[in-house]
Design a protein around this ligand. Structure first.
Ligand code: ZN
Length: 380
C-alpha cells in the first residue's frame, strides 16, 4: 500500500536522519578537538619560537571555539603554590570577556572546571603569557598549575601585572620588563603622577606590553620508593622515573658557566635564578656533584615545549637541586651521576630577550635560593 510504504520510507528517513544527527555532535567534537589542538600547536610555536618577538594570533584564529582542556593530571606533584596575593586594587570579580568597553581596570577571573590558561587568554583576547606573567604567585610560570577556584588577575591588554619589590624604581622596572617608563606612568591603572614618584613595596603595577623570560620549574620533591642493597635511596622523580640519588653534593657550589656575569635577569621575585652570559655551545658545568633527575625538554602536560626549552636538573642528595636551562645540547641523561665541574650541557638560546645564556637555579628543599648567596666570590 503506497501510503504505508511512504510512511515506512519516511520513518526510515527520519531514523537515518537521526542516526546522522546523533553522529554529528561526535564529528563536531572531533573536528573541534583537532582544530583546537592544531591552533594550540600553531599558537605555541608562534609564542615560544626562539628569538622571535611576540606573535599576535591572526584575527581569524580568534573566534575559534575553546581549546580542549589540557588539564591532564600532572606527572608529579607540583611545588606548592604560594598564597594568593591579590590586593591594593578593587577588582571587579567574575569578569566577563565580552565587555571590553568597561573602564580600564584589572579584573579577576575565577577558574572553573575545564579552564586552561590558553582558553582564558583566548576568552579575554590576551596572549597566554600575559595570564602567566600576571599571576606568578598562583601559576609560578607553569601553565599546568591551573586549578579550579584560583583567581587570576586579568589586565585590559597584553603585558604583565607585578608587585613592587624593595628597591624598585619606575625606570628599573621599565628596563627589566622592556617597556618605556612613560608607559608605566601614563597607565591609568597605576595612578602615578611622574616618573620619579617613589613606589611602595607590594604596590600593584600594570606594565602594558611588558615582557620577560618565562621560567618553569617542573621538578618536584622526589618521592622515596625504596633503597638499594647498599642503602642508596631510590626516588621517583618526574619524567625520569625511579632514580637512585646518593649524596654526591659537597654543599659548596661552583659557577656553572665560564662567564661569571649576567646577560639577563638577576634573581628576584619573578625570576628564581640567574641568567649567566654565554655563547652558543659553551659548556655548562655541574655546580656540584649530583644525579641527573631531569634531562630533556620543558614540556607542559600536553607535551608541548614551554619556558626553559631544554634543561637539566641535578639532585645533589643533600636537599639541594640545581637547574640549567635553555641548553642547545644535553650531554647527560636521567639517572646519570656527575662530578662537580662536569660538562653536562651546552649553552643555547631560548627566550626572546637575552640571546644565548644559561638560566641557572638552586633550590633547597624545593625553595628557590638566591645563587649569589651560595656561589663563591666572582673571579676578577
Ligand atoms: Zn632566566
Amino acid at each position: 500500500m503506497p501510503p504505508q510504504r511512504s510512511q515506512t520510507r519516511s520513518t526510515q528517513a527520519v531514523r537515518s536522519n537521526r542516526r546522522q544527527v546523533s553522529h554529528r555532535p561526535v564529528q563536531f567534537f572531533t573536528l573541534m578537538l583537532l582544530l583546537g589542538l592544531a591552533l594550540l600547536g600553531v599558537s605555541i610555536a608562534l609564542h615560544f619560537r626562539p628569538g622571535v618577538g611576540p606573535a599576535q594570533p591572526a584575527p581569524e584564529e580568534r573566534p575559534v571555539p575553546s581549546f580542549q582542556p589540557l588539564l591532564l593530571p600532572p606527572a608529579f606533584t607540583p611545588t606548592p603554590n604560594g598564597d594568593l596575593v591579590i590586593r591594593r586594587y578593587a577588582p571587579s570579580s567574575n569578569a566577563v570577556a565580552s565587555k571590553p568597553a568597561q573602564a580600564r581596570s584589572l579584573q579577576t577571573y575565577t577558574v572553573v572546571e575545564g579552564d586552561t590558561v590558553f582558553g582564558i587568554a583566548l576568552k579575554f583576547g590576551l596572549r597566554p603569557e600575559t595570564i602567566l606573567w600576571s599571576n606568578y604567585d598562583v601559576l609560578k610560570d607553569n601553565f599546568d598549575l591551573i586549578r579550579v577556584g584560583q583567581q587570576f588577575i586579568i589586565p585590559p591588554e597584553d603585558g604583565m601585572v607585578i608587585e613592587v619589590e624593595q628597591g624598585d624604581t619606575i625606570e628599573g622596572i621599565a628596563r627589566r620588563y622592556q617597556i618605556k617608563p612613560e608607559r608605566i606612568v601614563e597607565e591609568p591603572i597605576n595612578g602615578l603622577r611622574d616618573i620619579n614618584q617613589p613606589l611602595q613595596i607590594g604596590q600593584v603595577l600594570f606594565l602594558p606590553g611588558g615582557q620577560r623570560e618565562t621560567v618553569v620549574w617542573q621538578v618536584p620533591k622526589p618521592v622515596e620508593v625504596r633503597r638499594t642493597a647498599r642503602g642508596v635511596r631510590v626516588y621517583r622523580v618526574g619524567r625520569c622515573g625511579e632514580v637512585a640519588i646518593p649524596p654526591l653534593g659537597s654543599g659548596s657550589f661552583i659557577y656553572p658557566a665560564k662567564r661569571q656575569y649576567l646577560s639577563g635577569y638577576d634573581f628576584g621575585r619573578y625570576h628564581p635564578g640567574l641568567d649567566f652570559a654565554g655563547r652558543l655551545g659553551e659548556p655548562i658545568y655541574a655546580s656540584d656533584g649530583g644525579t641527573v633527575i631531569y634531562a630533556g625538554y620543558s614540556l607542559n602536560a600536553a607535551g608541548v615545549p614551554v619556558g626553559y626549552g631544554q634543561y637539566v636538573v641535578l639532585d645533589h642528595g643533600n636537599g639541594y637541586q640545581t637547574l640549567y636551562a635553555h641548553a642547545s645540547q644535553l650531554y647527560v641523561s636521567c639517572g646519570q651521576q656527575v662530578a662537580q665541574g662536569a660538562v653536562i650541557a651546552a649553552i643555547g638560546s631560548v627566550g626572546r630577550s637575552t640571546g644565548p645564556h644559561l638560566h641557572f637555579e638552586i633550590r633547597y628543599q624545593g625553595v628557590a635560593v638566591n645563587p649569589w648567596t651560595l656561589l663563591p666570590p666572582r673571579r676578577r
